[in-house]
Design a protein around this ligand. Structure first.
Ligand SMILES: [Zn+2]
Length: 691
């Protein structure tokens, strides 16, 4: 292992040492040393939200102890400002344009891309990951190389508009169980906490301690949650563990008009805390040189004596480095799901260059708040920063083909002219800085909906769509509100309008297909989703299966559900859909375990409860059937099949009041012949008769 002290000596010019160092301490020659590795990521953790940052905003005693025993990088940056792409860079050591994940959904890490887990696993390390929220679900491809990938969290609660998560203390409890059980083997463990992510709800005692700044309360709580893990390392028995502590991105908290993260790439969200601890190998110190997420993988591999794969852009953070390599970054979610101009750029030589229709250039060393855009003053510098930085709107294949030409163009004509032909569609009106108002309107629409003022939220979303017809997120939310209000035809019209306006993406097409299935328009549903046949998103495969199943193409449907389960074995909807299909075909024994598994993972799947009720009823287990249907209507009060089944069965067992209650809820939800039948049943029951 390279001695940090020697490397520092090298940097001040002791050539003799450096020669000895290079020949005797080449990590590849040394071979794997079996050292334990712990990577801790705290989601949405600002660079200044730590005691050791010196900001005085929050107390983090456990993290401070680790920082004091390790090296703190005070100028560290992520490459993306949302969870999945950023973690992909941490694990692969690649920039987003190389690992290919540009947003939280709709992307999946290719199984052939090496990660810290696949590399160490192949060298004999036991590997495990414990993640706390849905953006890191195994379906997005990060689970490769982990012997265990624990991504169990609470079921979906779409009304909250926040991803499913589990408490950090529970994540850490499970992680420690695994960590302790594997002591004695080389271990690599990644622990991810979601605690500081919006909504900020630290609970006691932090809610009182941080009443005026609950975000910092969430950070203080994270510190407490991680304490037992950090104590294992600092107080023994695991003192020889290499620890990397960082966040995936920060939180804007109102800076530059942004409330949370994902829109911009200012320091509030792009700069991250980064601590490297390796007793005996890394001297406790502060370091203000540029450190990047892509440097984490080479660092871990050097400290474990494992040779890195070829072509990594990062460098080991152990020891010295003389040059100051650029740090690429991007914020592409608004481009992907709102149609705004793509934001990307680089940090180099202490400057941040942001490529946008209204470009920005800041000197971060003298202007860390990014107040003074130097672009007018230093336009030549700006162009130089971005030469060779790939255009995020191009695929990898496009990029390879265009690379040489693009660089030539950039070099000779400058950024603006060089890209004008490809980018002419993104004018200043699509610059995120000019659209921050719409983000605020979107947030207001969600708040209104949560507060029960659906008229206000619908009016706000309609306004956004009229003024920003490419903002796919507004259509998605409006369609969700309509279906929640029991207006499926309005939901369908909104989603169809998104497709017509060119604002659709896979998620919108999938929602449209499912909404059309819901109203029985099966051919239209098929047309809506047929372009996504090869998708690697399990939700899309599951939706394709539902369409096929309703069209009577059972083999295709089953193949789709199985594909979805292959992509994500813990995806409850796919288990449920396979179970329902088997149930409908009378294969009750095969259907039951799939339904039970789905409900085990998500007890709010109304359709699974309904199908289970049908199976119980077919076996004449009346009580169990009634119980299952009750759970179905608890989970979804508008589930007409379960309400009908419940009403019918309760009536047959002589529970007249129960039957009346269920059918009175059922009748207003159906039309035509079904409504007439329901009314007739209600009249019978009300007059004391039976049906
Ligand atoms: Zn995140």
């Amino acid at each position: 292992m390279r001695d940090d002290w020697i490397a520092v000596a090298f940097s001040i010019g002791l050539t003799l040492f450096s020669l000895a160092c290079d020949s005797a301490e080449d990590p590849g020659a040394e071979g794997p040393n079996g050292r334990d590795v712990l990577i801790v990521t705290i989601d949405t953790w600002r660079h200044d939200a730590a005691g050791f940052s010196g900001s005085g905003k929050v107390a983090t005693p456990a993290l401070d102890r680790l920082a004091a025993a390790g090296r703190v990088f005070d100028f560290a940056h992520a490459h993306a400002v949302v969870t999945l792409p950023s973690h992909a860079s941490i694990l692969t050591g690649l920039f987003p344009y190389d690992h290919g994940i540009r947003d939280n959904a709709g992307y999946r890490l290719d199984a052939s891309t090496p990660t810290v887990a696949t590399i160490l696993q192949a060298q004999g390390w036991a590997t495990a990951a414990f993640v706390s929220a849905f953006p890191l679900d195994r379906r997005y491809g990060l689970a490769h190389g982990f012997d265990r990938y624990d991504d169990e969290y609470d079921g979906f609660a779409p009304q909250s508009f926040t991803p499913p998560e589990r408490p950090g203390a529970e994540t850490v409890r499970r992680a420690l169980e695994w960590w302790d059980a594997h002591r004695g083997e080389p271990r690599m463990m990644w622990v991810h906490l979601f605690t500081p992510h919006y909504p900020y709800d630290p609970g006691p005692p932090w809610d009182a301690d941080y009443a005026a700044a609950p975000y910092y309360g969430d950070v203080a709580r994270s510190d407490a949650e991680l304490t037992p893990l950090i104590e294992r390392v600092l107080d023994g028995p695991d003192v020889d563990t290499v620890v990397v502590l960082t966040s995936d991105h920060g939180e804007a908290l109102g800076e530059h008009g942004e409330q949370t993260h994902g829109l911009f790439a200012y320091e509030a969200t792009l700069k991250v805390p980064l601590v490297l601890y390796a007793k005996g190998a890394v001297k406790p110190s502060r370091d203000d040189r540029s450190a990047r997420h892509v440097d984490i993988l080479p660092t871990v591999l050097e400290l474990t004596g494992v040779a890195p794969p070829d072509g990594l852009p990062g460098k080991s953070l152990v020891g010295a480095w003389e040059d100051d390599p650029a740090s690429y970054f991007e914020a592409l979610s608004p481009w992907v799901n709102r149609g705004w101009a793509p934001l990307h750029g680089t940090i180099s030589a202490g400057h941040k260059a942001i490529r946008l229709p209204l470009a920005e250039l800041y000197d971060l060393r003298t202007d860390p708040g990014e107040i003074r855009n130097l672009l007018g003053e230093k336009s030549l510098d700006f162009r130089r920063f971005l030469v060779g930085v790939p255009d995020p709107t191009l695929s990898a294949a496009d990029r390879d083909a265009l690379d040489a030409e693009a660089i030539k163009q950039l070099g000779s004509l400058g950024y603006a002219t060089g890209n004008a032909s490809r980018r002419s569609v993104y004018g200043p009106e699509l610059d995120p800085k000019n659209l921050i108002l719409y983000d605020e309107l979107l947030a207001r629409a969600l708040r209104s909906f949560r507060d029960g003022d659906s008229d206000d939220s619908i009016a706000l979303l309609r306004r956004i769509i009229d003024e920003q017809p490419l903002m796919g997120l507004a259509y998605s939310h409006l369609a969700f509100f309509y279906s929640d209000l029991g207006r499926p035809d309005d939901a369908i019209r909104v989603l169809e309008r998104a497709v017509r306006n060119g604002a659709s993406n896979e998620s919108i097409r999938r929602k449209l297909a499912l909404a059309l299935v819901g109203v029985g328009r099966l051919d239209a549903a098929h047309r809506a989703i047929v372009a996504d046949t090869d998708s690697t998103d399990p939700e899309t495969q599951s939706a394709l299966g539902r369409v096929a199943s309703r069209q009577g193409r059972y083999d295709d449907a089953m193949a789709r559900f199985q594909r979805a389960l292959q992509l994500d074995p813990s995806f409850p909807t796919a288990s449920m859909d396979s179970g329902i299909l088997l149930m409908e075909r009378g294969q009750y024994d095969e259907a039951r375990p799939l339904l039970e598994r789905a409900l085990d993972q998500d007890p709010y799947l109304a359709e699974a409860w309904n199908a289970l009720g049908v199976i119980e009823s077919s076996h004449n287990r009346t009580r169990a059937a009634i119980e299952a249907w009750r759970k179905a209507v608890d989970a979804d009060p508008r589930m007409i099949d379960a309400l009908y089944n419940l009403g019918l069965m309760l009536g047959r067992t002589g529970d007249r009041e129960g039957a009346l209650a269920a059918l009175r809820r059922y009748a207003p939800l159906v039309q035509g012949e079904l409504r007439r039948e329901a009314d007739a049943m209600l009249r019978e029951l009300e007059s004391g008769g039976e049906y």
